[in-house]
Design a protein around this ligand. Structure first.
Ligand code: LLP
Length: 432
């Protein structure tokens, strides 16, 4: 079994004998110490992923902004801030996280299709690097609010380049039918409007075509479309200082083979150089590729139920902890934390299970048709669970959100305590 086991997240995620280790820490020990469900993130894996981008950008003008929607735990954010990264945020709440860790708001890009006035005011007050504006009404509002505050807002327009990122429809964002960005055909007119507004300073252009992209071609197509626009916009005397290519690469969940960050960045620079645009400052906002395979979700097997059509392995993690399977039919690896002893008759031979949670929904599943040799009380690790997992967790069924632990080279720290039921209804009251 050890030989065939696929472990995305290696070399930080490793099987040593029967035991699964992340960044030098035995996962079963963490589950025993902190309980389950439990998220565990490797700081070493996150640093390695970030450095792959940073090194590829070395020597070129750039700003790397971690898209914190992927995983916004403060300890995760601090890991990237310490490496000099800025942040891509999409809400006032995410901005408060930047401030809470003492990171530099001047390295923040504020994305998002619907920004509230209060969020904009706060971002103006702390001085973010750039607002990635998604519509003309947003531009007008931003100008008004900036002028009222005696400021000028640096902006980039998110242009919808209409390229197919060939990813899941829910996470494809750069097509004409998506709600995001300003249409390519309207971009020049909106830039001219921006240049005329008193509270606005145009600094860049941006796009984001989707997530879990596993080839380079869609990025280069989008860049070509942006560069065509840059020429047209600058012909109107409006300078574009930076180009922001949006999110980062996809990751390996099962058999995907995405290029590495270096390959992507080198291809992008080659395209810029080829078009005589190598002097431009480049921004990127990777999320998933920095954290996805740095994390696992640990869960305990509660009950096994053999049905007429299916066998169910009911675990203590559920769709509220990790919604990606239910929401996108996402496939995540599921492996035992400790392999059973084949010589021990108490250890069941492998059987095919649907791994499901306790939530009252048929859509509450983590993996379907998985061959696993497990019994109640055993621990499983759901792999590739560092991105869009805890950050999308909910309290459905009044389930307290999982605790989070960070590991680094054999050491571990609890970076978020397990919620209590009392915390969940602390803001509520009865009405008599
Ligand atoms: N920048 C913008 C403007 C974005 O909208 C996103 C992701 C990113 C950057 C980061 O993209 P990444 O490097 O992570 O691909 N919940 C979905 C993914 C939604 C992604 C939304 N935008 C999932 O679990 O697959």
């Amino acid at each position: 079994m050890t030989g065939q086991e696929r472990l995305p997240g290696a070399p930080f995620l490793q099987r040593r004998g029967a035991e699964l280790f992340l960044d030098g820490v035995r996962l079963a020990d963490l589950a025993r110490a902190h309980g389950t469900p439990l998220y565990v993130y490797s700081r070493g894996a996150m640093r390695a992923a970030a450095n792959a981008y940073s090194q590829a950008f070395d020597g070129r003008p750039h700003l790397l902004c971690y898209a914190m929607k992927a995983n916004s735990n403060l300890a995760v954010l601090k890991t990237f801030a310490d490496l000099g990264w800025g942040f891509d945020i999409v809400s006032g709440g995410e901005l408060e996280r930047v401030l809470a860790i003492g990171a530099d708001p001047a390295k923040v890009v504020f994305s998002g299709v619907g920004k509230r006035a209060a969020e904009i005011r706060r971002a103006l007050a702390v001085g973010v690097h750039c607002f990635n504006v998604e519509s003309e009404p947003e531009l007008e509002l931003l100008s008004t609010l900036a002028s009222a505050a005696g400021k000028v807002a640096a902006i980039s327009l998110r242009v919808n380049p209409d390229v197919d990122a060939q990813t899941h429809p829910y996470i494809s964002t750069g097509l004409k039918g998506n709600k995001f960005g300003v249409a390519h055909g309207q971009a020049v007119a909106v830039y001219r409007r921006a240049a005329a507004l008193p509270g606005i300073a145009v600094v860049g252009i941006d796009c984001h075509i989707g997530s879990q992209i596993t080839t380079i071609a869609p990025y280069l197509d989008a860049l070509d479309r942006l560069l065509d626009l840059v020429t047209q916009i600058e012909a109107h005397g409006i300078a574009i200082q930076h180009i922001d290519l949006g999110g980062g690469l996809g990751i390996t969940y099962t058999d995907e083979t995405p290029p590495d960050a270096g390959e992507l960045v080198r291809s992008v620079w080659a395209k810029l150089d080829g078009r005589g645009q190598g002097h431009r400052k480049l921004l990127m906002e990777p999320g998933r590729s920095l954290v996805g395979n740095a994390g696992v979700l640990l869960t305990e097997v509660l009950v096994q139920k053999r049905g007429e059509a299916k066998n169910f392995c009911i675990v203590d993690a559920a769709m509220n902890d990790l919604v990606r399977p239910a929401m996108y039919q996402a496939w995540l690896g599921i492996v035992p934390c400790t392999l059973g002893d084949p010589a021990d008759p108490a250890d069941m031979p492998g059987q095919v299970w649907d791994v499901v949670g306790p939530v009252c929904e048929s859509g509450d599943w983590l993996g379907r048709d998985r061959e696993l040799a497990v019994k109640p009380g055993d621990l499983l690790a759901v792999l590739s669970a560092g991105a869009y997992a805890m950050s999308m967790a909910s309290n459905y069924n009044t389930r307290p959100r999982a605790a989070e632990v960070m590991v680094d080279n054999g050491a571990s720290a609890l970076v978020r305590h397990r919620e209590t039921a009392a915390e969940l209804f602390a803001g509520e009251q009865t009405w008599t």
